[in-house]
Design a protein around this ligand. Structure first.
Ligand code: C2E
Ligand code: MG
Ligand code: MG
Ligand code: MG
Length: 289
């Protein structure tokens, strides 16, 4: 009896799954040729330091416009690319493209601009990734100090045992390391202290609710204080309003990113944005941090 019920339940579940499995298979299939077809491109979102106010760099965000499926958000295709292992090739393309763009901008008057690139867990765990990064930096002429690799807190926590050693190899090259989406996982203070990271990015979930939710305001100011006591740089992501900006500035947050400053832009528009920001505001030009 129980077995029969179990089987029925399983069958129903299986039918439902079948649809999404088929959809996923279609997207995975389309994903296979994206690099060759030139369907990938990067969007760039500027990052603003608050004291003094100046653009310090950009985050590269992957975009896929599929011929068959149109614009597919990274939250949908990156997990699939991770399952299939394609993220390794795609991630390498992202890094090279981001560095090529940064090099071009640095040669055109934005000599101190930095770039942040998101890194998948597969890239982190892959043995030779530090060498891949080093080769791409050398090929593109970008100094290691201008590159920051972002890893989500959940990835770092899930692989805690292997993580610290892997990260150290990147620090030895000279790249910066950020914990992305901070606050959504369960990092302990002691654990954070052991990781050779340079930056904490507070998740936009907390920033979005700052003025409505006193808990989010408390968490945010605590994270800023804690990060500073560990000598880390703090970036708030998802800043959309002047009120959020004012709160973060008052709490001593180092940098912000979000729609208040700018949406992610294509390379051309982003360069124009950074250029017009510089002369437009005192102290806002790209200078050495
Ligand atoms: P993330 O690294 O935390 O990037 C921030 C996300 O927040 C981006 O979404 C960005 O467009 C969005 N965002 C920026 N400002 C605001 C704001 O003010 N309000 C709101 N509501 N959203 C804002 P996007 O581009 O859809 O990327 C989603 C996630 O996909 C990224 O989160 C990152 O985890 C992943 N991702 C993007 N590009 C890459 C990549 O090249 N490689 C890997 N492995 N992951 C990537
Ligand atoms: Mg990120
Ligand atoms: Mg994030
Ligand atoms: Mg909340």
């Amino acid at each position: 009896q129980a077995k029969a019920a179990g089987r029925r339940t399983f069958t129903r579940y299986d039918d439902a799954m079948d649809v999404s499995v088929r959809q996923r298979a279609t997207i995975s299939g389309a994903l296979r040729k994206v690099i060759d077809r030139g369907e990938l491109h990067l969007a760039y979102q500027p990052r603003l330091a608050l004291q003094p106010s100046r653009i310090t760099g950009v985050e590269a965000l992957l975009r896929w416009t599929s011929e068959e499926h149109g614009e597919i958000p990274p939250s949908e295709f990156i997990p699939l690319a991770e399952e299939s292992g394609q993220i390794l090739e795609i991630g390498e393309w992202v890094l090279r493209e981001a560095c090529l763009t940064l090099h071009r901008w640095r040669q055109h008057g934005l000599a101190n601009l930095n770039i942040a690139v998101n890194m998948s867990v597969l890239q982190l765990l892959r043995g030779n990734f530090p060498e891949v990064v080093q080769r791409i930096l050398a090929d593109t002429g970008v100094p290691a100090s201008a590159l920051e690799l972002e890893l989500t807190e959940s990835v770092l926590m899930a692989n805690a045992a292997q993580t610290a050693g892997k990260l150290q190899a990147f620090r030895e090259i000279g790249v910066s390391l950020a914990i992305d989406d901070f606050g959504t996982g369960y990092s302990s203070l002691a654990y954070l202290k052991r990781l050779p990271i340079t930056t904490i990015k507070i998740d936009k979930e907390f920033i979005g609710d700052l003025s409505r939710d006193p808990d989010d305001a408390a968490i945010t100011s605590t994270v800023i204080t804690m990060a500073h006591s560990l000598g880390l740089n703090v970036v708030a992501e998802g800043v959309e309003t002047q009120a959020q900006l004012q709160f973060l500035r008052a709490q001593g947050c180092d940098e912000i990113q979000g729609f208040w400053l700018s949406r992610p832009l294509d390379a051309h528009a982003c360069l124009a944005f950074i250029r017009q920001w510089g002369p437009a505001r005192a102290g806002a030009t790209a200078t050495t941090p």
